[in-house]
Design a protein around this ligand. Structure first.
Ligand SMILES: Cc1ncc(C[n+]2csc(CCOP(=O)(O)OP(=O)(O)O)c2C)c(N)n1
Ligand SMILES: [Mg+2]
Length: 271
């Protein structure tokens, strides 16, 4: 899986870059930080049929960081939910490909963008699955700054109470939020200890290591607890002048930046 998911992640990043450049869109840094998580999930780990995105037996993915929509839209295009050409309408009037994630796009479970909601929905869906003894699994993906929203902590309390071992939460822990580092704005650490205290099975991984992600995101070997995968990531991952830079939460690449970033991503492929 690892070689093909590496290539998938590269194609996701290239598509995000293209969308943000052509449509003057933002949030490239958070799209790049989560690209590897999405590549590993959609690149073979999920039970999913792109041609039947609402199939009852599908695994459910609730992508909470809706501002980083380009990463999810690109992933779904790359894995066959719709044609790449549909992304040309991104942000256009009347397009389903809105600048925050839209559930009218095939494969998207929930419209998100107002941060702090999807984990609670995912926990409810996982509880429903548990009660029906369904085989499908529920994933939620949240950003780190998003954990400042109290609604997450209600769900973090709720899920272990109901022994939701059919739920996996991924935290895209890129250490940067809108106005600074998470350490400065509202410190989350020690994050793993907090989840352990709330009775979650807690795994920390390098969020750009595909083999480690695949093991952590596996549905096997569940222990009666929900699992959190704290994915240590880099905001802007893959393009040297975007990595760790708060500015790339907002900026859209101009022509020169687009060309330089594209060259780096393509070079990475040859390495
Ligand atoms: C409820 C809510 N408040 C504020 C915002 C504005 N906003 C957009 S992205 C963001 C935070 C970005 O940081 P983080 O959550 O860490 O996301 P990432 O680093 O993955 O881009 C904020 C506050 C929002 N989308 N929703
Ligand atoms: Mg962040």
């Amino acid at each position: 899986m690892t070689d093909s998911t590496t290539d998938l992640a590269r194609r996701i990043r290239l598509q995000c870059l293209h969308m943000c450049h052509t449509k003057r869109a933002s949030h490239l840094g958070g799209a790049f930080s989560v690209a590897d998580v999405l590549a590993v999930l959609y690149g073979g780990l999920l039970t999913a049929d792109p041609k039947q995105p609402r199939a009852p037996q599908r695994d459910r993915v609730f992508y909470s960081k809706g501002h980083a929509c380009t990463a999810l839209y690109a992933t779904l295009a790359e894995t066959g939910y719709y044609d790449q050409s549909e992304l040309d309408t991104f942000t256009d009037n009347g397009s389903y490909f809105t600048s925050h994630v839209n559930h009218k796009v095939p494969g998207v479970e929930l419209s998100t963008g107002s941060l702090g909601h999807a984990l609670s929905v995912a926990a409810g869906v996982a509880l429903a699955g548990k009660r029906r003894q369904a085989a499908w699994h529920t994933y939620a993906i949240v950003s780190d700054g998003e954990l400042d929203e109290g609604s997450n902590w209600e769900a973090i309390l709720f899920a272990p109470h109901h022994r939701l071992d059919n739920l996996t939460l991924v935290v895209d822990y890129n250490k940067i939020q809108s106005f600074g580092s998470t350490a400065e704005v509202l410190n989350l650490d020690p994050l793993a200890d907090k989840f352990k205290a709330f009775n979650w099975e807690t795994i920390e991984v390098d969020g750009h290591d595909h083999a480690a992600l695949a093991a952590a995101l596996s549905k096997q070997g569940r222990s009666g607890k929900p699992r959190v995968v704290i994915a240590h990531t880099v905001k802007g991952k893959g393009v040297s002048f975007m990595e760790h830079q708060l500015a790339w939460h907002y900026k859209s690449p101009d022509a020169a930046q687009f060309a330089a970033a594209r060259a780096e991503l393509l070079q990475e492929d040859q390495a």
